[in-house]
Design a protein around this ligand. Structure first.
Ligand SMILES: C[S@@+](CC[C@H](N)C(=O)[O-])C[C@H]1O[C@@H](n2cnc3c(N)ncnc32)[C@H](O)[C@@H]1O
Length: 228
């Protein structure tokens, strides 16, 4: 298995620029906020997959051999940088997000790369997981309000197959112990129970992921497993 397959010849998607504000499919201001962000730049978080995800999937490659037939669910995958990469590694990929603009870019890009993404538009505030369905669930820089995070992550064990994995990187605010959106590794480990952490780290690191993720940030990195 090659965790770094060659790039496709053409990775630039021409995103049509329109002057009007995007009218979000979801009639809420959050989805509209994200639609506007995704319309404002070609690639809000770049086209490279998140590097913590890359590293952890590489370690899964040594364990699983190859990813063909493995099902992965990418929560809030935006423009699809993680989903497209995982599809190119051989995973069968479902991405979820409520931004119509991001979804459209991701699907065009996947087509250019010759891979398929299943990408339903979903508001994760009310999302119910398919049971026992996923080998891997990915959450990269998705920081919902605490009630949504707690409800979703409490369902991870139900959603994953036995030995399934959960990989997360999220922003962390260590200056505020009660930070509800950016709580850090201790709280996240509580949220994902009974999954058990394979690796967990709160740290400061330099991000270089498109115009919206640049420079030094406090993050939490978590890789967890559903025990059989
Ligand atoms: C910081 S971006 C990260 C996107 C992607 N994971 C990445 O790393 O490139 C956060 C994403 O969460 C999505 N999002 C936020 N709240 C959501 C919700 N309630 N339902 C679905 N998507 C949501 C936004 O549309 C946005 O694409």
């Amino acid at each position: 298995m090659n965790p770094h397959p060659p790039k496709p010849p053409e990775t630039t998607v021409n995103v049509p620029r329109v002057k009007e504000k995007p009218s979000s499919v979801f009639k809420n201001t959050q989805a509209q906020y994200w639609d506007e962000r995704y319309q404002s730049v070609p690639w809000a978080y770049g086209q490279e997959p998140n590097d913590f995800l890359l590293q952890e999937v590489e370690s899964l490659g040594s364990l699983w051999g190859n990813f063909s037939g493995r099902r992965v669910l990418c929560l809030a995958d935006g423009e699809g940088r993680n989903g497209v990469h995982l599809a190119r590694l051989g995973f069968t990929v479902t991405c979820l997000d409520f931004s119509n603009q991001a979804r459209a870019k991701a699907l065009r890009w996947a087509e250019q790369c010759g891979v398929e993404l299943d990408y339903p538009l979903v508001d994760l505030n009310g999302y119910e997981f398919e049971p026992q369905a996923w080998d891997l669930i990915v959450s990269i820089f998705f920081q919902p309000p605490a009630p949504t995070r707690e409800r979703l992550y409490a369902g991870l064990s139900h959603a994953l197959k036995d030995q399934g994995r959960f990989i997360l990187e999220a922003k962390h605010d260590s200056t505020n112990a009660k930070s509800e959106r950016y709580p850090g590794g201790l709280t996240l480990q509580q949220n994902i129970k009974p999954l058990q952490a394979v690796r967990v780290k709160d740290c400061v690191r330099t991000l270089n992921e498109g115009p919206f993720h640049q420079g030094s940030h406090q993050v939490t990195q978590l890789h967890a497993q559903k025990m059989a």
